[in-house]
Ligand binder design. Structure first.
Ligand code: PEP
Ligand code: MG
Length: 901
């Protein structure tokens, strides 16, 4: 069994398409070697070792040690250095690398191989003790944190572990000596610090920092594998839907140093701008630094070139100006990589004593706007095809274009508090919170929060996810906060140095302003501006974005599924049409009964003592309902509209406090006890399975009559005006064909009457929601009568799993954590179980009625994976909320391309 793949010197055992085995980083390091790009030699331990390790009680495969030593020898012979060699020591890095990039979620250890034996040799060779001890103190810090503490499970709960202690020693030392920058420390001083670090480690962790290079190497390798199951990585995997079985690979690579002096540097870059999509090489670099310094955001990095300087960076030296030849070489590699991978790349490089080395290339994360622009531009540049462009944009990324921006008028009048780097575009307002846990907690309580941190770390991801926007005092455009926010399309501002945070008091000082936890601020992530208070936001206007329009046009060329929307007001319907909806797939009529002018009639109906008074109360609602439908039919401009008859249990209309009970009984001239008694009577132990859906229309047929009349009178009126309308009347929660037939008869009877009254032949269909397993199992019978089916997968999921859709939150986190469920089945359709019922009902329904129209209107109708399933299953349309319509259009195009290829 081969567990180790080497690369170096223009040769590699792996290649780009071996990501599953070698992880993204390992596969691309191999590929860069094959492309003749300078990469420090190294090797990759496969993801299979990770899986083996976890499946075998944390033991490595037997031959791994031998294979690793052979691969290490290969590095030694290419670099002409020896691991542990006193004169010419080889140092290596150990890094994680999963199939899909998980920035900052797993561990890295650099400078492995520095020991009391190798340090003198390296000093002699480099004549640079400062550099050697700087590398050593970094190794000690990383190793103690990652290997000796985290991987050994010794991390304290408060998060103030060994790294925190060592950093404090370092900061105190600098302060005592009056030194400001890390680079101000001499070799002797760094050696002192390294000694103090080792003492601290011994006293805190009870173990010596290892002085054997192989102990360091294996400690590092094992810690990286362990970090795959660390809390951060697990929570990131859950958010990003990355399966736990994938495992990570580990890359061991010869160290090259960007901190060897002023002719050394390190940097990160994107082959195009990841925030705007502009076709400009974009990046940041730091002289005399190691890679972690750029990402950690402790020093403000310099811009890579002149073309991408901003107001904030215009005075800083670019690589293009300071080292034109190296910049040209890097630029050449940029072109080579983009032309090879045909996508925007995120690269890391190091310059060691004037020589350029590439450390990583991977497909760069980008926000939605940039993703669309790059995809469309690359078609125009003849790099990729239209279908590749369609596939390249994640449907959820469109969300960002559909999100609000700050209203310029309100922005003009606002007090600007500070400016930072615009890391994630769009606008957001929220209440300030200072910790990730607070962000999560406040969000659970329904608050809209902005998470403010000095800088973020992967430990903060849960809070970053819960916040509407992220703001940091430190860090650059490639800092952790910026990368994560961009991946999620969140509004984000970083590197805002005017913010002085006092975490103990949970307040921030900005000039003369002091803001406390809970104070509102507003951010303009497109320009990096922060304002006091809550400013107006304006809805997004994707129509002004030409690349978006182009991409959606291409998507519609390939899409086969129709896209409808769930809407119950003319305003929502109009918004959905603007986004490309081709009809309403679900108009929930119950919302129409809650308006102030009609809730009284509704309650009167519920409280009616007999059939006659109930009928007369219901009929009071008729004119309102009719008007609602006229409004919606007009807004839908002759597109089909599916209207669902009343569905929820009646107690939902009767949750009244004592004052409201008094008011209602006074108004209706009833004794208070009558209202109270009825309320008690409506109480059900299990209302979701109780008196609701078509069971209401069967018990109170006058409700169905009124609703059918309102719909069909609206149809007659518009038909008279020469407007074509296509209503589809939908009976909810049908479980037996007789339920359907009972309700259908009422509708058809009313239609007959109105047709005669108006003299028009009415255009309409009668169909049903399929949201109970029994309806799926008897779909052939129901389809003998129904003209359409619409899968109500919210209830169908609830009734198939037997999970309450309102209470799943109490156990879902546990289920996800223990891998009992891979995702929330109310968000993305359970294709194996619920989906099987959907397939069966579709097949059997079509068997008896070949013209049966079939759609879905549960929340899953806007979920890309579920849309893919709907297309595969042969549905005609999906219906989702207005703001998901563009997402559904793109997802449907991708499904068509995938299924037809
Ligand atoms: C459903 O059950 O999927 C559905 C769309 O109906 P509601 O969510 O209104 O129950
Ligand atoms: Mg339902």
């Amino acid at each position: 069994m081969k567990y180790v793949y080497t690369f170096g010197d223009g040769k590699a055992e792996g290649k780009a398409d071996m990501k599953n085995l070698l992880g993204g980083k390992g596969a691309n390091l191999a590929e860069m070697n094959l492309l003749g790009i300078p990469v420090p030699p190294g090797f990759t331990i496969t993801t299979e070792v990770c899986t083996h390790y976890y499946n075998n009680k944390l033991v490595f495969p037997e031959t791994l040690n031998d294979q690793t030593i052979i691969a290490l020898n290969n590095i030694e012979s290419i670099m002409k250095l020896g691991f542990g060699d006193r004169k010419n020591p080889l140092l290596v890095s150990v890094r994680s690398g999963a199939r899909q990039s998980m920035p900052g979620m797993m561990e890295t250890v650099l400078n492995i191989g520095l020991t009391s034996n190798t340090i003198p040799g390296l000093i002699e060779k480099t004549s640079n003790p400062r550099f050697v001890y700087d590398a050593y103190r970094r190794l000690i810090t990383m190793y103690a944190d990652v290997v000796m503490e985290k991987a050994s499970g010794l991390e304290p709960e408060d998060g103030h572990g060994i790294r925190h202690k060592l950093e404090k020693i370092f900061d105190d030392y600098k302060q005592n000596k009056g030194l400001i920058n890390d680079t101000d420390l001499s070799g002797d001083q760094l050696q002192d610090i390294a000694d103090s670090f080792k003492h601290e480690i011994k006293s805190t962790l009870g173990q010596e920092f290892p002085d054997d290079p192989y102990d360091q190497l294996w400690g590092g390798i094992e810690a990286v594998f362990k970090s795959w199951n660390g809390a951060r990585a697990k929570s990131y995997r859950q958010i990003e839907n990355i399966p736990g079985e994938w495992g990570t690979a580990v890359n061991i690579q010869a160290m090259v140093f960007g901190n060897m002096g002023d002719d050394s540097a390190t940097g990160v870059a994107f082959t195009r701008n990841p925030a705007t999509g502009d076709n400009k090489f974009y990046g940041e670099w730091l002289v005399n630094a190691q890679g972690e310094d750029v990402v950690a955001g402790l020093r403000t990095p310099n811009p890579l070139n002149e073309a991408t300087k901003t107001d904030d960076t215009k005075s800083l030296l670019s690589l293009e100006t300071s080292s034109p030849e190296l910049y040209q070489e890097l630029h050449g590699i940029r072109n080579k990589l983009e032309n090879h991978y045909l996508d925007m790349q995120d690269i890391e490089f190091t310059i060691q004593e004037g020589r350029l080395w590439m450390l990583q290339t991977r497909v760069g994360k980008r926000n939605g706007q940039a993703a669309i622009k790059m995809a469309v531009d690359m078609v125009k540049e003849n790099m990729i095809s239209k279908t590749t462009a369609i596939n390249r944009v994640k449907p959820e990324q469109l969300d960002e274009l559909l999100h609000p921006m700050l209203d310029p008028k309100s922005e003009d009048n606002a007090t600007i508090l500070a400016k930072g780097l615009p890391a994630g575009p769009g606008g957001a307002s929220g209440k300030l919170v200072f910790t990730a846990d607070d962000a999560e907690e406040w969000n659970k309580k329904g608050e809209q929060v902005i998470l403010l941190r000095e800088e973020t770390s992967p430990e903060d991801v849960h809070g970053m996810h819960a916040a509407v926007a992220i703001l940091t005092a430190k860090g650059g455009m490639t800092s952790h906060a910026a990368l994560v926010a961009r991946g999620w399309g969140k509004c984000c501002i970083v590197g805002c140095s005017d913010l002085h945070i006092d975490l103990t008091k949970k307040e921030v000082h900005i000039g003369d302003n002091i803001l406390k936890e809970g104070d509102w601020i507003t951010m303009n992530g497109t320009f990096g501006k922060i304002y006091k208070g809550q400013l107006d936001l304006i809805p997004a206007d994707p129509d002004s974005n030409n690349e978006y329009k182009q991409l959606m046009m291409w998507a519609d060329e390939y899409r086969e599924l129709r896209i409808r929307t769930n809407a119950e007001s003319p305003a929502d319907a109009k918004q959905a049409i603007k986004f490309g909806a081709e009809g309403i797939g679900l108009c929930r009529t119950e919302h129409m009964f809650f308006d102030e002018d009609r809730i009284l009639a509704m309650r009167k109906m519920i409280l009616a003592a007999d059939k006659e008074s109930r009928r007369s109360a219901v009929m009071e609602l008729l004119p309102y309902q009719k008007n609602d439908f006229i409004g919606i039919f007009r807004a839908m401009e002759e597109l089909p509209v599916t209207i669902r008859l009343l569905d929820p249990p009646l107690h939902e209309f009767m949750s009244l406090d004592d004052d409201q009970i008094t008011e209602l009984s006074d108004h209706l001239n009833l004794d208070k006890s009558v209202v109270q008694k009825r309320m008690v009577g409506l109480h059900e132990l299990n209302p979701m399975l109780g008196h609701r859906g078509c069971r209401l229309g069967i018990a109170y047929p006058e409700i169905t009559e009124m609703q059918a009349r309102a719909i069909l009178e609206a149809v007659a009126e518009l038909t008279k005006e020469g407007i074509n309308v296509f209503p589809e009347i939908m009976i909810p929660l049908v479980g037996t064909v007789s339920e359907f037939v009972h309700q259908e008869n009422i509708v058809r009877q009313i239609a007959e009457e109105i047709s005669q009254e108006s003299g028009f032949k009415l255009n309409y269909l009668v169909g049903t929601m399929i949201e109970l397993p029994r309806a799926c199992l008897t779909a052939d019978k129901i389809a003998e009568h129904a003209e359409f089916f619409s899968f109500g997968t919210n209830d169908l999921t609830q009734t198939t799993y037997g999970y309450s859709r309102d209470d799943i939150g109490s156990f879902l986190p546990e289920y996800l954590d223990k891998n009992i469920l891979s995702h929330d089945p109310f968000q993305s359709l359970d294709t194996n179980g619920v989906g099987k019922l959907v397939s069966l009902a579709t097949r059997d329904g079509k068997k008896t009625n070949n013209d049966l129209k079939i759609g879905i209107c549960g929340e899953h109708g806007g979920d890309p994976a579920s849309i893919h399933f709907c297309m595969k299953t042969g549905l005609d349309y999906v219906s989702c909320s207005p703001f998901r319509v563009p997402i559904a259009r793109l997802a449907a195009a991708q499904a068509a391309l995938n299924l037809n290829s």
